[in-house]
Ligand binder design. Sequence first.
Ligand code: AMP
Length: 376
Amino acid sequence: MNKTVLPPSTIGIIGGGQLGRMMAIAARQMGYGIAVLEPSVNSPLGQIADLEWHAAYDDKKALVELLEQSDVVTYEFENVPYATVRELASFGNLPQGAMPLIVTSHRLREKLAIEEAGYQVAPFLAVMSQDELKYAIKKIGYPCILKTASGGYDGKGQWVLRSDADLPDVLAIIDANEYILEGFVNFTKEVSVIVTRSITGEIEVFPVTENEHVNQILHVSLAPAQIDASLRQEAETIAQGLIEKLDFVGTLAIEMFVTKEGIVINELAPRPHNSGHWTIDGCTVSQFEQHVRAICGLPLVKPQVRGYAVMVNLLGQHVDEALTAWQQPEFQDAKLHLYGKDEMKRNRKVGHLNFIGDDWHKLKVKVDRFLARLPE
Ligand code: AMP
């Protein structure tokens, strides 16, 4: 499929979370209609969609109806059940195809694909039993991280092993699932690059973003990343090369570790990414608009930062204080994005704030003053 899909056509989205919501906001601004398949009621995207199916992702009847009602279909998360992926791929209006989902929903497949494309990842071994874990630790050494091969997010499904003392607890976790054991990367910074490839083959790379995590959950993203220009160039070149070699269409977010020896790729996501939320207010095009352009065959926009941008993630426990601070003169020009979540759950992402400015130092001071007000 290689046709331009113009507004007011309908874009179908699998998944009703905040990424789908922000994709839909960008698409609606351009005049597209939105259809969504999402099991839960009153989801962040369901609240603003034109058409909605409340059904499991592998409910064939609902899925086929969504596909029939949509001119083009995309997804907002990678753990789409395999039966759904097959149905999507065979229907013919999923320009991204099934490969980005098949590769990135499984850590082992993902790492092998990155290596095959010629890029560096942390040392890793597949683990499917207690014996294989012991063998992998012998080969890789401490410290290392055991990760579930599929389904983990925000540090869930991950266990750090620093010495033999940690082994009994982690051995007890091993069940019939697949895991990988990864060597610990001694990084100086974590960065990410979002790259978009259109159905026409056009590629645009967003400026490198620097990411700070707290408890393995993204806390703050800064753009452009404050790293050497040569490293920035290297990261952007990797992004462009990787999406081409993987032959993906749509958005690819690439999480990377910066080390003294160069860049190591941590993880891929075949969709807009939390570390790109600053682009909504701080860039010539947002990652969401660019994604819509890519799957609809519209020309891509060259992404350029407007000065400097910092995104602060809001978790459930942050919202009350963030809303109070945001009304103060010092912070009222920060752009607030709340996702319409039903509950403000602790350690769950419920929104973010974008701070944009021309003076890096002043912006950092302001963001630090804001962060100091948020509870842990
Ligand atoms: P992931 O879910 O793989 O993105 O991991 C979440 C976070 O855990 C990363 O952003 C890193 O801060 C940390 N992490 C994951 N894998 C490694 C690794 N191999 N070495 C060091 N830190 C890691």
